[in-house]
Ligand binder design. Sequence first.
Ligand code: G4P
Length: 528
Amino acid sequence: MSHPEIEKRKTFAIISHPDAGKTTLTEKFLLFGGAINTAGTVKRNKANQSSTSDFMEIEKQRGISVATSVMGFEYNDKRINILDTPGHKDFAEDTYRTLSAVDSVILVVDSVKGVEEQTQKLMEVCRMRNTPVIIFINKMDREGKDTFDLLDELENELKISVCPLSWPIGQGHTFKGVYNIYNKQLNLFKPDKTKISEPVIQVSDLQDETLTQFLQAKELSQLKDDLELVDGIYGSLDKEMYLEGLSAPVFFGSAINNFGIRELLDTFVSIAPSPKSREANEREVIATEKGFTGFVFKIHANLDPNHRDRIAFLRICSGKFERNKFYYHTRTNKKLKFSNPMDFMANEKSLVEEAWPGDVVGLYDSGNFKIGDTLTEGEQLQFKGIPSFSPEIFKEVENRDPLKSKQLEKGLQQLTEEGVAQLFTQQPGNRKIIGTVGELQFEVISFRLEHEYGAKCAFRMLSYRRSSWLSSKDKKNINEISSRRHSNIATDKDGNAVFLADNDWTLNVAKRDFPDVDFHATSEFNRS
Ligand code: G4P
């Protein structure tokens, strides 16, 4: 059974390696969607990548990005929700969590640089959840890689099959435009950062004489040759494969020049999935179910120490969310009511009376929520899909002010509940270890501990480089590894046993020595 409010929603994220053009593309979508009038409205979540001294600036930008955390707009009778992800790689974990709340993604790749490190990591997260992906090859106005090589690179390095829906004619200074394979149109490129429409020439097929008016004979014959190859290698789009996350349609364009945006947006609107179903530990929850359910995927702190309120971002999964109605917070067994839930349309926040699956509402929170928490109308449910990933940097927390140990403990707990970093505890002595993917978080944590909680700490670098979550059919195996390898064992925020390894070698030795223990790369797996 379908529901018009659910069918019209398309909730997605634009993701990329920093600098490929995510912010520019987001802004252009908002422009094309009529949600903003001028470029420059979307704040760049960007900071000097090499420096850590401007972390407060970054935190401030994260603060600003509350407004841009969700950008909703209407386009072709659809309600589009773009969930923003931080650009800085040190906040990758934030991005991974946001990906748990979307139904599809658009992946931006720089035509000059091709697949980059962060592109690969993000794609791995999409693959874990079979998230449908559309790829936008950006910066075609620059001298980039050969198109066929680029597609090979996408397939090999992102481990997804691709299907070009448009094809570039030249590139860089010879870039003429793209041929839209699907709609049989020629879209001519005119570098222009202000206009939002591009000349589109409809043709019947590649033999259409009209093409000769716009393309030189050499360009046209190259296009015909290329498309013959494309047809042979990639065939036409299999929509089911796209929806299962197995095949990615590819478009080419130049975001800064507003080129290729309209066809990308139109195709996105027509093929991207609406909210469907989500896995909870107990059962699968279908979007069209009557009862409301949702989960918190992001918590945003208020940086003003006088206003400790946080905003918890709730993705609605089924039913209808209503203001001032009591909902059941399944982790704490509490009933909670929200009198000021926030909706986000482009850059404006407004009070929301009701919201539907696919929507994200911001809930003012005085400390009730943890990332991953589920709300329902009374059913005991816990949504899956927000695992912790292995951090790459581990540091022990040293208390610098023994009189403030309570504050330190509370601060660490709250900051890690917000998802700023992961907290592990190691015995003996309740050693607190913070794990992150970037150095930046340590500065953020010590600054915030001092300014918001009055606690002082220092960090001592540890040699661990990765964490694996442990499970076993028999708990005694966990006890055994815990006592024999106690210097590598810690517990995570939920009390689960974790193996901290310095490198692959240590990890492999442990796997060999404890064959009855399973080592998992993320915190989410079937705990049988
Ligand atoms: P990000 O969010 O993925 O980090 O990338 P962002 O949109 O900020 O774009 C990174 C840089 O690439 C920006 O230049 C932007 O103007 C440029 N850019 C985006 N799309 C295109 C394109 O189609 N062609 C070309 N040639 N450049 C593009 P910047 O100098 O870092 O910033 P700015 O001063 O232009 O704002």
